[in-house]
Design a binder for this molecule. Structure first.
Ligand code: NAD
Length: 481
């Protein structure tokens, strides 16, 4: 099944006819190809978007919301088809893929609702002597053309968190899907155009991330860039796009801790949190728990229970409903994960479970004896089902270890003490602290984003509408007697 890009409302090949393969990570089967866009294709898409944005921004908000409603209807009608593609191209469990399609519809709904209440402000009358006869108010205006760069791990939900707020506020979008998961994103874009978004306002391009990414982000006609991806790519975009000063929003890497305190109470629940935080999506979630900080008095018991809970996990075909964990995104990614595990073992950690792979399937892996000095305790993000367990003695020490990373997305904390919980909540340097559960947590309404090298900006209904608009002040001089 070969698919094409959507440029200017038309399904098109690359201008030189070149394509890129899309393979199923679970089986290695060739699903089909997508175009490998050329510079000429990207130039055309950006020129279209400039025109499309003018057309789309003239569509009244209530009508844009009706178009979103139609999109959600079409999405519901195509729910299984899209989810099956996400399962095939991304190795996502079919149940999780269906759930993600539903979340996608929900995200479009709530950004539509939020946009109705995205008001401007009026200055309090008579605030200063010079302007007492003026009326001064603001308008929220679109930025223009927004490049939405989506990662492989949540091709639907993260597509929605960029495209929905950008479109509803009157911007045009050009989506650059991840090279490993382009097909579901092409389907979403087709449904948006079918629902009534002009073909020049919603486009999708496919091909090499590095090439297309650079062409798109360095084009001065692109007014904003919203990337979810690795810190490496985010830093590159920030540096190279700087020449034309676009708005740059970055949701990047993480190495989130799950902290199990001495007074955690129910250790089985803490082990379940660990699984919830790390088995989901085969450990490839930005806000997954990636370091397991456990009080030294509980370390042995926790580790034994964790190994037991992971032993016998049903790893396999993601299209079967009984499977509990599928593959990672590719064999190449699985090799990287195993390389990181081996490096951690070489640094002194002990592998108590797993540590091997079969194709793109990585065994659930438990690493004990991990110390603060090891890269995995700080800057090394492992994107797979790996559980590095680190002991600590005091709450202060746990906070120090947790903060000893260049990243700061989420954290989960298990403690029975409200005081301890609040100490973590105030002292952890991260975008969200979950008390009583795993940090693998996201609501469409919360401020989602990170501290430090996890990025710039926040996604969420109360936030992205502001980020994708600019405020214009209008002053009506001497309008009042
Ligand atoms: P990646 O950085 O390799 O790719 C992300 C996207 O950027 C892809 O679409 C890719 O094609 C594109 N890209 C690559 N080079 C580019 C360039 N030079 N210019 C512009 N775009 C370019 O990341 P990935 O492997 O797809 O995703 C995994 C990473 O994403 C992890 O680090 C994970 O933590 C992070 N992530 C963060 C969040 C968050 O919200 N903070 C959410 C999900 C994933």
């Amino acid at each position: 099944m070969d698919m094409k890009m959507l440029i200017g409302g038309q399904f098109v090949d690359a201008s030189d006819g070149k394509t890129q393969e899309n393979r199923n990570p679970a089986t290695g089967e060739l699903i089909g190809t997508v175009p490998a866009a050329t510079k000429e294709d990207i130039d055309r898409a950006v020129a279209n978007a400039v025109k499309g944005q003018k057309e789309w921004s003239r569509v009244p908000l209530y009508r844009r919301i009706e178009i979103f409603d139609k999109f959600r209807e079409l999405l519901a009608a195509n729910r299984r088809k899209v989810a099956e593609m996400m399962c095939r191209e991304g190795g996502k469990l079919i149940g999780d893929a269906l759930g993600e399609v539903d979340i996608t519809g929900y995200v479009f709904r709530v950004f539509g609702e939020g946009a109705r209440n995205h008001y401007g402000l009026t200055l309090t009358q008579g605030i200063e002597p010079r302007i007492e006869k003026d009326i001064v108010f603001t308008r929220n205006e679109p930025l223009g053309v927004v490049a939405c760069i989506v990662p492989f791990n949540f091709p639907a939900e993260l597509y929605a968190h960029k495209v929905a707020p950008a479109l509803i506020t009157g911007n045009a979008v050009i989506v650059k899907s991840a090279s490993d998961t382009p097909m579901a994103d092409i389907m979403f874009t087709e449904l948006l155009v079918q629902a009534g978004v002009p073909g020049n306002a919603a486009q999708i391009v496919t091909g090499s991330g590095a090439k297309i990414g650079d062409w798109l982000t360095q084009d001065p006609r692109v007014d904003a860039i919203s990337l979810t991806g690795s810190t490496e790519v985010g830093a590159h975009i920030m540096a190279t796009a700087a020449k034309h000063v676009p708005h740059v929003y970055l949701e990047l890497g993480g190495n989130d801790p799950l902290i199990v305190c001495e007074d955690c109470g129910d250790l089985d629940a803490a082990v379940q949190d660990s699984l919830d935080g790390r088995v989901y999506n085969a450990g490839q979630t930005c806000c997954a728990s990636k370091r397991f900080l456990v009080h030294n008095s509980l370390l042995d018991a926790y580790t034994k229970k964790l190994v037991k809970a992971l032993t016998g996990l049903r790893v396999g075909d993601p299209s079967k409903p009984e499977t509990q964990m599928g593959p990672v995104i590719s064999e190449r990614a699985a090799k990287d994960v195993i390389g990181q595990v081996e490096a951690t073992v070489a640094a002194g950690a002990k592998c108590l479970l797993g540590g091997k792979r079969n194709g793109a399937f990585v065994e659930p892996t438990v690493l004990a004896g991990v110390t603060r000095a090891m890269p995995v305790a700080g800057q090394l993000e492992i994107f797979g089902p790996v559980f590095p367990v680190i002991g600590f003695d005091t709450v202060e020490e746990a906070i120090e270890i947790a903060n000893g990373s260049p990243y700061g997305l989420h954290a989960g904390v298990r403690t029975a003490s409200m005081k301890t919980a609040m100490k973590f909540a105030t002292e952890l340097q991260c975008g969200c602290v979950v008390i009583g559960g795993s940090g693998n947590y996201r609501s469409a309404h919360q401020a989602f984003g990170g501290y430090k090298q996890t990025g710039v900006g926040r996604e969420g209904v109360g936030y992205t509408l502001n980020e994708f608009t600019q405020t214009k002040t209008v002053a009506l001089r001497s309008i009042l007697d």
